[in-house]
Write a protein that binds this ligand. Structure first.
Ligand code: HEC
Length: 518
């Protein structure tokens, strides 16, 4: 993994995260499918139950009709024999033309219809009771349990029960004693509202189950297909995003490299300007000193000549000696100045290049910076006023503050004063706003509009591209203050009102060598 790839989120770096996503997606799909399958099952059973319930209602209806007539007469056939359990005198009658009829009570009718239904549709229904009049009507264990449940108020019982040929959907509901029933059942001691028994409806569950299974299989298949397709598409999408991310990371890294190279070369260029400035400054005092010393050499020669004649003119000699002293002083003063220039140069250049921590005096630092820029400044109608406490010691990397100030001054000269075409004043004011240092840098130059103001700290933003502006000066300032000094920089400006930079940073200048983005 390269440094550039570090900005790519972990999710895109390593595909194993995608497996986690896939697992989550699969788990979600599985839960959904499971719920769906359960739904199909419940619904199918509900539909089948509704069928059984309807059958029950139909049977109850025909029975009520029968009961409302106190039983009905039908011709006696081999299949429809008189009911031995029906102890009614008028059970068997003969019509005027000799046809034998027998009375069919509801239970008997139900049984006869049930026989037909079973051979017809496979649905079995049975009339049962806990206390059957006819022993064959006795309840089987499941029916018995259901009938007992009805006694305790339950309205219907549904369940899937195993049987000899597979499984059965069983439905059962109670039959209550109504007024017409009393004609035949009062003698067993029943009263209206009692539960006389029940009708159980049983259906083979096999065909229902087959339909359910088919439906479930189909659902599963479509789920798997949809899951597969979405997972595949998702994976492809992630793959695409991943590729994009890596491309982006590469581009950003390249940009960063280019930018830091440019920043570095800008630093070097400013160092170069400084060296040139110093060399130029050094020229004058050294020249004067050389002039004074060579003037002295000539004076010494004249004195020597004076002393070689017999009579020495004392006045003349004193005059020459005075001249000697004078130019000696001049040479000394200029050499001192040269020495202090060299000192200042040494400080500045070491600070600029070594990035070392040391304790430094803020005022001295400002004058070193202005001194280094003097060759530029003194040719221009620009004044610089410094307001700084005399003994203001800071600990940190002075090079950073030098560079900050140099860039601010250069920026003001170039932009606020149109490279010196406009006269004006720069004010540098330093105050100790514990625990911070507050540096206010202002000029009374031409100022900026809101558009320019919004972009001044952007790298490569410049209004003087054609005239050699790199657009990095204030970007470097921004970086120095925000990332290297850990402080803040704000700029206020309006057209024709000059420009004020308000900079604050900790008095202990913490330096992290890293670049930030505005
Ligand atoms: C015409 C007479 C008659 C009427 C009316 C009648 N039943 Fe019955 N019922 C019988 C007879 C007889 C049996 C017993 C033998 C059989 O036919 O299965 C019986 C059996 C039953 C059984 C089956 C359990 C058993 O005891 O063997 C139930 C339950 C039942 N009757 C409920 C009713 C209800 C509820 C009504 C009113 C809607 C009703 N009957 C009306 C004559 C009648």
């Amino acid at each position: 993994m390269t440094a550039a790839d570090a900005i790519v989120p972990a999710v895109f770096q390593q595909r194993r995260w995608w497996l986690v996503l896939l697992a989550l997606w699969a788990a979600g799909a599985w839960i959904l499918l499971d719920a769906h399958v359960e739904d199909i099952r419940v619904q199918s059973v509900q539909i089948a139950t509704e069928g059984a319930r309807n059958m029950f209602r139909m049977v109850v209806l025909t029975r009520s009709w029968n009961a409302s007539h106190g039983g009905i007469y039908v011709p006696v056939t081999p299949k429809t024999q008189p009911n031995p359990y029906l102890p009614i005198a008028r059970r068997d009658v003969t019509t005027n033309d000799g046809q034998s009829l027998t009375l069919i009570n509801p239970a008997y009718m139900t049984r006869l219809i049930a026989e037909m239904a079973e051979s017809d549709s496979g649905a079995i229904f049975r009339l049962t009771s806990l206390r059957p009049v006819r022993p064959e009507n006795a309840a089987d264990p499941w029916e018995k349990k259901s009938l007992e449940a009805f006694e305790s108020g339950i309205l219907e019982v549904i369940s899937i029960e195993p049987d000899a040929h597979g499984r059965q959907l069983r439905y059962m509901a109670p039959l209550k004693v109504e007024k017409p029933c009393m004609a035949c059942h009062a003698r067993q001691g029943y009263q209206i509202g009692d539960i006389r028994g029940g009708i159980s409806v049983s259906q083979h569950f096999g065909p229902i189950e087959a339909a359910i299974t088919a439906s479930i299989n189909q659902t599963q298949l479509s789920f798997v297909a949809v899951f597969g397709i979405t997972a595949l598409l998702g994976w492809l999408l992630l793959e695409l995003l991943r590729k994009r991310w890596f491309e982006l990371a590469g581009n950003i890294q390249q940009l960063k490299t280019t930018r830091s190279e440019l920043v570095q070369s800008e630093k070097m260029a400013s160092l170069g300007r400084m060296v040139a400035g110093f060399a130029h400054e050094l020229n004058t005092p050294v020249g004067v000193a050389v002039g004074a010393v060579s003037h002295n050499a000539e004076t010494l020669l004249r004195i020597d000549r004076m002393l070689s004649v017999e009579e020495v003119n004392e006045d003349l000699l004193r005059h020459e000696l005075a001249g000697l002293r004078e130019s000696g002083d001049l040479a000394l003063a200029n050499l001192r100045r040269a020495a202090s220039l060299v000192q200042s140069f040494k400080r500045t250049s070491v600070d600029q290049t070594s990035e070392q921590f040391r304790t430094f005096n803020m005022k001295e630092l400002i004058s070193d910076v202005l001194f280094a820029m003097q060759s530029t400044l003194k040719k221009l109608p620009i004044q610089v006023a410094v307001q700084c406490p005399e003994k203001f010691e800071l600990h940190g990397m002075p090079g950073l503050v030098q560079q900050l100030l140099t860039n601010l001054v250069m920026n003001a000269v170039q932009h606020a004063f149109d490279a010196g075409k406009r006269p004006g004043t720069i004010v540098i004011k330093v105050t100790h706003n514990a625990p911070n240092v507050r540096l206010e840098f202002s000029d009374d130059g031409k100022g900026m509009d809101a558009n320019q103001l919004a972009r001044i700290f952007e790298p490569f933003y410049t209004t003087r591209r054609g005239e050699g502006g790199s657009g990095l000066g204030l970007y470097i300032c921004y970086n120095i203050v925000t990332t290297q000094l850990g402080g803040t920089i704000v700029c206020h400006s309006q057209p024709e009102t000059g420009c004020q930079f308000d900079i604050q940073f900790s008095a202990r200048l913490n330096a992290k060598i890293e670049e930030g983005t505005p």
